[in-house]
Design a binder for this molecule. Structure first.
Ligand SMILES: *Cc1c(COP(=O)(O)O)cnc(C)c1O
Length: 402
């Protein structure tokens, strides 16, 4: 957990300087504290710490100095009072739902959320009596119409995976607050380098640290940024009892990843825009989804909400006569790759390509997949840091040989 940030520094500075607490050795780089337990100075102090009356670490499931540094730095970048981290992005969502919801409560999400999020909220939580409605990502009126007296949470992701659909964070925050509900935004794709949902009215920002926060495809991590009160009173008790704790080593990796987040997002987004423009003019490509293109349906909103930047993920549909041919052609393009990686992950310096309909969205029913617009010819590209010429040549191999 983190306290509110003190100095008024620029975001670039916070990314490398926030939450640097040096040990007596004076190390310049952040220390990695690998310990599951802590020695207490006295029995009285231990009692106060366990009662929450005194600051101090007690047990690895409840907290760790390296984990706390990551949380404090991410909170600073998101402009949040506090942050609480978890072992993965999905466990951050689970912690949020366990903390906020009870049987009979209702959640509104978009159809286009991350595949596992749809499964968790629509199926797993339903077993415990939590109701959910899935609506269009972009139709503000549909979110409003889905509100019930029991609605406690609106959960949006923008841009979405894999179609990069953009929702209006400010409009959804207004709907949530009028209904007495909270808005959570999954900020995994844009990251605080491009988009800060709390400044637009969101109550909670959720992260998969596995993606751009790490940025080099090494570790799993997750986090929720929110008010100090939500973190301390609603989420921390779940973490303590359910134990979806972030490992200190993973926290250290993502903490260091935050230092280069901004320059990585700028460089990867610039390549993504150039690639999207090239694909848009390619005869073997039917359609490109990228918020930085003027042809994107929410281009203007995306540019206003995302610091004028489309992000590093795009997807495109291959030209095909029907769904079977589309799937075969998409597989052909992916199997022809010699440089880039066929991998369902994203947020790496290595460009990663995936076929969402058979992987990330493979567990969904056909109806859920159709609602999410994940067609058989769709290929997602999470653009990394390779030279643009090499990225294009690698795609051209398959696209030019159907
Ligand atoms: C990967 C991802 C998640 C889940 O995060 P994990 O760290 O894999 O658990 C949630 N939302 C989005 C948008 C993602 O890309």
């Amino acid at each position: 957990m983190s306290d509110k940030k003190k100095p008024a520094l620029h975001r670039d500075t916070l990314a490398v300087r926030e939450a640097v607490e040096r040990s007596p050795y004076g190390e310049n780089s952040e220390a990695l504290y690998l310990t599951s337990g802590y020695v207490q100075p006295s029995a009285e102090a231990a009692a106060r710490r366990f009662a929450g009356d005194e600051e101090g670490f007690t047990y690895g499931r409840y907290g760790n100095p390296t984990v706390a540094s990551f949380e404090q730095r991410l909170a600073a970048l998101e402009g949040a009072e506090a942050c609480i981290s978890t072992a993965s992005g999905m466990s951050a969502i689970l912690m949020m739902c366990m903390g906020l919801l009870k049987a009979g409560d209702h959640v509104v999400c978009s159809h286009s959320m991350f595949g596992s999020t749809i499964k968790l909220i629509g199926t797993d939580l339903a077993k415990f009596g939590v109701e959910s409605s899935f609506v269009s990502q972009t139709d503000v009126a549909a979110w409003q119409a889905a509100i019930k007296p029991t609605t406690r949470l609106l959960f949006a992701e923008t841009p979405t995976n894999p179609l990069t659909e953009v929702c209006d964070i400010r409009a959804l925050a207004d709907i949530a607050h009028k209904a007495g509900a909270l808005l959570c935004v999954d900020n995994c794709f844009a990251t605080p380098a491009l988009q800060r949902p709390m400044a637009l009215g969101a109550d909670i920002v959720m992260h998969s640290g596995t993606k751009y926060l790490d940025g080099q495809g090494r570790v799993m991590a997750g986090a929720l940024c929110a008010s100090q009160e939500l973190v301390t009173k609603t989420f921390l008790p779940v973490l303590k009892s359910a134990g979806m704790t972030l490992a200190p080593f993973n926290a250290w990796v993502v903490l260091k990843g935050l230092e280069t987040l901004d320059i990585r997002m700028q460089a990867q987004s610039a390549r993504a825009l150039a690639l999207a423009q090239w694909l848009q003019d390619h005869p073997a490509v039917a359609r490109v989804h990228y918020p930085g293109l003027a042809s994107h349906p929410q281009h203007a909103l995306a540019m206003a909400q995302q610091s004028g930047c489309g992000g590093a993920v795009l997807s495109f549909e291959v030209q095909a006569a029907d769904a079977d041919q589309a799937r075969a052609r998409a597989f052909h393009v992916l199997d022809a790759l010699q440089v880039m990686s066929l991998s369902t992950n994203l947020g790496d310096t290595k460009t990663l390509l995936a076929h969402p309909a058979s992987t990330s969205h493979g567990r969904l029913t056909e109806a859920q997949r159709q609602a999410a617009g994940v067609v058989q010819g769709l290929i997602r590209v999470a653009v990394g840091l390779e030279h643009l010429d090499d990225i294009q040549a690698d795609l051209q191999r398959g696209l030019s040989s159907f």
